[in-house]
Design a protein around this ligand. Structure first.
Ligand SMILES: Nc1nc2c(c(=O)[nH]1)N[C@H]1C(S)=C(S)[C@@H](COP(=O)(O)OP(=O)(O)OC[C@H]3O[C@@H](n4cnc5c(=O)[nH]c(N)nc54)[C@H](O)[C@@H]3O)O[C@H]1N2
Ligand SMILES: Nc1nc2c(c(=O)[nH]1)N[C@H]1C(S)=C(S)[C@@H](COP(=O)(O)OP(=O)(O)OC[C@H]3O[C@@H](n4cnc5c(=O)[nH]c(N)nc54)[C@H](O)[C@@H]3O)O[C@H]1N2
Ligand SMILES: [Mo]
Length: 633
């Protein structure tokens, strides 16, 4: 039987899918206006993950040096006892939830642990830096409908590798190009952007704000600014004063973009017609990532391309924006209030410092040891508490748990979810039975809650879904009928230049920070970017054998001195890992490119040598500001 269901992976495309339970095949739903009948490799091959030999499909409890299978009754009984004991000091309980699964029901663990008054995390490993930047500028998180890119005369893509991160946006852009839309991409190179771009500009990683400021400088010098646009801003004089004081050549030098290229970017924005600005997530994973996004938004604004068809600045929308909370339907536990929060991207040190110490940790949908900086510190610190990991794979986090609980994965469980790119909401209907003993996270928590000495009772799933959808124009019945529905949002965001701030005006950034000096001991910069075939660390173990690969340009200063036939090490202030080096044309000479998500247990975990560093906004993680060197030893 074919079921209309949807992908719940952490990806903006949020595909509507047709799953055949007998043939165990996945296809894009042809009726879905965004998914249009195709899906990416990760989704298309998901049965390989569901059926993998290496999948954990029964509860496992640590005994001695290893794990022993246990019944749910035994495993949850043990967990309930530990949780009951820890509840005397609610802060000694820690909940860590990642990006492994999303949805209305996917909020269950967040709400459940809030009712226990547990500690939780703050800060972000993904996109909050850019989101905060957009909130400061626009006052709200909206962008034009993705289909509006078809109305653009030109697209300036600041660092989004659509060939890997979004096959459907890529398809839209290809359609636009057939109709004459031109695309200019700005990135450190070595990515898939040339496949969909007419022109590529190579930039020093982390420095887009200087290129954007150089473009603003040229707008000021040309002097033909749109007065209407400026009246829609609260602080134009501050930005003008700032940019007046900057020198075009120095700005170009700071981002290592030739002045002629910066002039070209200016012309792309200044010419007749509408320009859409696409902003990737990579450029906000730097210490001044937020400022990078704000200066790019400023270019979109000053050039008159915000609030118009064919224009707009696309960073993100919130995938949860169409849903209300159902947390108030839970019975038992404490009323939601202030909680202790540990900084996610420095979790190792935060756990070491925590007072009262964490005695019980629940980790779900997050290969946290692998994905946050200083993986070894996180692994060490998680050895002390009783740790429950809800995951279907024996990854770097699960292998250090005291109890592993096997979740039903996508296609095996129900949920409703949205997208951070488009405005459709999808029903993720169960299309196959959960394998072996796997149970949905929701059911696991409902069962656990009822076993506690003072129970915490989750409502039934249907009630949660209906409550979650209450404030949207979408009903659960409609979703059951079609598999998806579009939520009403304006096609053009901030039309007539009315912004989300109370006064309706736009806000420019008022400071431009210099890039930190290059460290002579670590003159290169490590970019740990997404890989096309897999999501984050959800990589089959068989793909992780041997020494991990990094790429550099032949113009990289390390290239001429390295002996590539001998062992090569990628070294940072935190440690070293052995790598293989290949060359890649077009990559910035100081960049070392690595595809992220490989596991520490195979020597592929880049976060072992990445230091916790904050970005400038929302406690984001500055992974890409990690400096490094390559050496033979
Ligand atoms: N196949 C696949 N798709 C995914 C994911 C996945 O793991 N696999 N993950 C999903 C998630 S959660 C996310 S957040 C997104 C990430 O999607 P992207 O933003 O596309 O990718 P990142 O790897 O985060 O960022 C790397 C990109 O940013 C560019 N870049 C890096 N630094 C800079 C800079 O300073 N300036 C400029 N201009 N460009 C820079 C790099 O050239 C690279 O193309 O992808 C989503 N989609
Ligand atoms: N070095 C470096 N590290 C990075 C980044 C970087 O740029 N550089 N980028 C970061 C980014 S953008 C992100 S979004 C994060 C992602 O980091 P994570 O949120 O840790 O993402 P995954 O590695 O995909 O791990 C998710 C886990 O959830 C599990 N899972 C899947 N479905 C379910 C389910 O239904 N229930 C449960 N309980 N578990 C499930 C999967 O098996 C997987 O082990 O990583 C960040 N890490
Ligand atoms: Mo992400």
């Amino acid at each position: 039987m074919k079921t209309i269901t949807a992908c719940t992976m952490d990806c903006g495309d949020a595909c509507s899918l047709l799953v055949d339970d007998e043939k165990r095949t996945v296809r894009g739903n042809p009726k879905h206006p965004f998914t249009k009948g195709f899906c990416c490799k990760k989704g298309g091959r998901y049965f390989e993950r569901l059926d993998a030999d290496e999948r954990v499909t029964e509860p496992l409890v640590r005994r001695g040096g290893g794990f022993a299978p246990a019944s749910w009754d035994e495993a949850l009984g043990l967990v309930a006892d530990k949780l009951d004991a820890a509840r005397a000091v609610p802060e000694s309980i820690l909940h860590v939830h990642g990006h492994g699964y999303r949805g209305i029901l996917g909020m269950a663990s967040t709400h459940f642990f809030e009712r226990l008054g547990s500690s939780t995390t703050y800060g972000c490993v993904c996109d909050d830096t850019g989101i905060e930047a957009c909130l400061r500028d626009f006052g709200a998180l909206h962008h034009n409908d993705p289909e509006d890119i078809l109305n653009s005369d030109r697209v300036v893509n600041w660092g989004r590798d659509l060939t890997r991160s979004s096959v459907h946006q890529l398809a839209l852009l290809k359609r636009a190009r057939k109709n004459g839309t031109e695309v200019l991409s700005i990135s450190p190179g070595g990515d898939g952007t040339p496949e969909f771009s007419d022109v590529n500009v190579v930039i020093r990683p982390g420095t887009d704000r200087f290129l954007a400021a150089a473009v603003l400088k040229l707008f000021l010098e040309a002097g033909d600014l749109n007065p209407w646009v400026l009246t829609r801003t609260a602080n134009w004089p501050a930005l003008r004063g700032l940019v007046d004081g900057l020198k075009f050549r120095e700005l170009c030098a700071a981002c290592e973009v030739p002045p002629a290229d910066a002039e070209m970017v200016y012309e792309w924005y200044a010419d007749r017609g509408n320009v859409a600005t696409v902003i990737g997530w990579g450029l906000q994973r730097h210490v001044f990532g937020g400022e990078n996004v704000r200066f790019i938004n400023a270019v979109a604004m000053v050039s008159g391309n915000v609030g118009v068809r064919g224009g707009g600045a696309y960073f993100n929308i919130s995938s949860a924006r169409n849903f209300g909370s159902w947390a108030h339907l839970i019975e038992g536990g404490v009323e939601p209030g202030e909680r202790r929060r540990l900084l996610l991207q420095d979790l190792g040190a935060e756990l070491r410092r925590a007072d009262p110490p964490v005695r019980f940790a629940w980790i779900d949908g997050h290969n946290v040891i692998n994905q946050v900086p200083d993986s070894l510190a996180v692994a060490d610190a998680l050895a002390a508490p009783f740790t429950v990991v809800v995951d279907g794979f024996m990854n770097d986090t699960a292998m250090r748990a005291d109890v592993i609980l096997p979740p039903a994965l996508m296609f095996e469980r129900l949920d409703v979810l949205g997208s951070c790119v488009h405005n459709y909401v999808n029903l993720c209907a169960p299309a196959v039975a959960p394998r072996d003993q796997a149970r949905s996270d929701f059911e696991v928590l409902a069962d656990l809650g009822s076993r506690l000495r003072e129970p915490v009772r989750l409502p039934d799933q249907e009630a949660c879904l209906r409550e979650g959808l209450k404030h949207s124009n979408v009903s659960l019945d409609e979703l059951r009928e079609n598999g998806f529905a579009k939520v009403n949002h304006p096609f053009v965001a901030f039309e007539n230049m009315v912004f989300g701030h109370l006064d309706g005006l736009y806000r420019f950034p008022e400071a431009l920070h210099s890039e930190p000096e290059r460290d002579p001991d670590y003159p290169l910069q490590l970019l740990t970017v997404v890989r096309g075939e897999f999501l984050h660390s959800q990589i089959p173990e068989s793909e992780q054998r041997g020494v991990p690969l990094v790429w550099i340009s032949k113009a990289n200063p390390a290239y001429s001195v390295l002996d590539l036939s001998a062992d090569v090490y990628l070294t940072t202030g935190l440690g070293a890992m052995q790598v293989r080096v290949e060359t890649l044309d077009g990559l910035h000479p100081r960049a070392v490119l690595m595809r992220r998500g490989g596991w520490m247990k195979y020597g592929h975990g880049a976060n072992v040598i990445i230091r916790p560093m904050n970005t400038d906004m929302a406690f984001g993680t500055a992974y890409y500001s990690q400096t490094c060197r390559l050496e033979n030893r």
